[in-house]
Design a protein around this ligand. Sequence first.
Ligand code: DGY
Length: 383
Amino acid sequence: MVRGCLLPRVSSARVYACNPRLAIRSLISGVPYRYLCRHLFANRVKSLGAAKSPAREGRRNLSKAILVVLGQFTEDVEGRIARDFTVRRVSSDAPTRYEDVLRAAEGADALFISPVVKLDAEFFRRVAASVKVIATFSVGYDHIDLRAAAARNMPIANTPGVLTDATADLAMLLLLGAARRAYEAEQLVRTGAWAKMSSGARLLGWDCAGKVLGIFGMGRIGQAVARRARALGMKIHYYNRNPLTQELAGDAVFHRSAQGLLRVSQFLSLHAPHTPETHHFLNAQNIALLPAGAIVINSARGGLVEDEALIAALKTGRVAAAGLDVFEGEPNINPGYIRLQNTFLLPHIGSATLETNTAMGMLALDNIDAVLAGKPAPSLLKL
Ligand code: DGY
């Protein structure tokens, strides 16, 4: 966002005014004084345009909007940030990042954050009045108090749509990883235990074909998971606030209650946002409704699962296996998951592909640009 050209003005009159060195050069070379003056003037303008000194660079930067950036992004996104903004970088792994973000926001125009920082009511009470928009590098926004943002009239943008396929792919990796005991299998190879196994020993997993996949939350990502799971021969059932249109649902079976869905879900994949209503949705009571030996997949948010209840069910085999990419309190996850063999665990990489991360970053920047230019932004959250 370049707000206008702030190159220092150079007047030809100042250059043309008495310049003894040029006058001497003119006498010696025989080149007319006015010609040498014109030449000097043109060169000076050119060198100012290509200013390199820190002082000039600083002055040029004053013309760009100030963006607070939390973390590092792909090369293309970083290139655009460096080109269009004066950047204030805040480390995304410092434990004091909340205060760091607030400090960096003083006098800044926009914030580009990620779910590692929680923007609560206190944040919105304290954030500098200069900040005109906040974009999060995520489709999920449970880390942002939208009501408090609304009270400050602060536009908040997220990144819907562009990460649907990557996240759905990852959900399938979790599903297959859990069903085929990928963690244990990989360990056999890496530890050399495979070579010591008796010839008849087999690491038996569970088929997907013909099984019911229950999808809790049939938004964009839930639907993309359904498309992929059909290719594995799975039967799709879902719970959603509202049923999909026939065109979108296809052969998927709608359940009016989440409990109805749980009762038939041999595989259960969570795709709902984390809200006060969905907090700890998968608790002991709801786990008890699942068919014995069900497989649980979570690529949405850790807060949807009551960890102790799921860990207890995994220990007894009531839940045969779980594939999890998200955790309550991540990255400090419940150690109970780590001790279990029937868990396939990933470090919240649902959207982590080069193409998807670039698209997410570009969409976040599109939103910031649009708000700062007073134009309609592509994906502002409704406050
Ligand atoms: C999202 O976009 O919400 C992903 O989970 C990354 O946080």
